[in-house]
Design a protein around this ligand. Structure first.
Ligand code: FES
Length: 237
């Protein structure tokens, strides 16, 4: 196997040719933040959070799609890199609903965690915000496109891993969204409700349907017959 030697933050790293700079850094224990990258499934360079400096390359580069080369010199943590990553995350947040207090992914959200890690306390950018209709049609999966950061991890897992292929990128520019084709709902396409898209979503754009309210209503409705299973009594000697 052809091997390549490069330096990352002054550390000599030897990896197989074809490895990306991000993966080489990970192998060396160097942390580079990511949002759209999903190991072996999604490498599309969409979010630009993984920016690094590569000697001789023009401008900062997305490390998740940049292949290593012999003698390459990479820096991952300079003030300008940190500032660029911060600006990228602020831009994403500028079109993201500020509903963290009521979002089911709060404290388990990669975007929220990254904003905290980068020390983002204010968002310098303001502008138009998308206003897509949520898709609540499916019995188990809810799609909230306004929270989507277009990382397309769900698209990759739905198409390449599960082979279902009901999610894709649709429309263009500011109107871009991840959805079933032809503006269908999840209930109108061949979604198998496997839930893998929810598993890989870094934010709260895809979530499990909460049936708590329905169960509560049913329990309080004398016309509905609900069988409540209780655990068998344990006999204490
Ligand atoms: Fe590299 Fe998103 S993780 S561009």
């Amino acid at each position: 196997m052809e091997m390549v030697t490069l330096t990352i933050d002054g550390q000599v790293v030897r990896v197989p040719a074809g490895t990306t700079v991000l993966e080489a850094a990970q192998q060396a224990g160097i942390d580079i933040p990511t949002l759209c990258y999903l190991k072996e499934i999604n490498k599309i360079g969409a979010c630009r959070v993984c920016l690094v400096e590569i000697k001789g390359a023009r401008g900062l580069q997305a490390s998740c799609v940049y292949p290593v080369a012999e003698g390459m010199e990479v820096k991952t943590n300079t003030p300008s890199i940190r500032e660029a990553r911060k600006a990228v995350v602020e831009l994403i947040l500028s079109n993201h609903p500020m509903e963290c207090l009521t979002c089911n992914r709060s404290t388990n959200c990669e975007l929220q965690a990254l904003a905290k890690k980068l020390g983002i306390k204010d968002i310098r950018f303001t502008g138009a915000n998308t206003a897509f209709e949520p898709d609540l049609s499916s019995p188990s999966i809810e799609r909230i496109p306004d929270k989507c950061i277009l990382c397309r991890r769900c698209v990759a897992v739905c198409n390449q891993v599960q082979g279902v292929g009901v999610l894709g990128l649709t429309e263009r520019g500011f109107e871009s969204l991840v959805a079933p084709p032809f503006h269908r709902t999840l209930n109108e396409v061949n979604c198998t409700f496997c839930g893998q898209c929810i598993n890989v979503c870094p934010v709260g754009a895809l979530r499990e349907k909460d049936h708590t309210q329905r169960v509560w209503e049913a329990l309080n409705d004398p016309d509905k017959h609900v069988i409540v299973q209780t655990a068998p009594a344990v006999r204490v000697a």
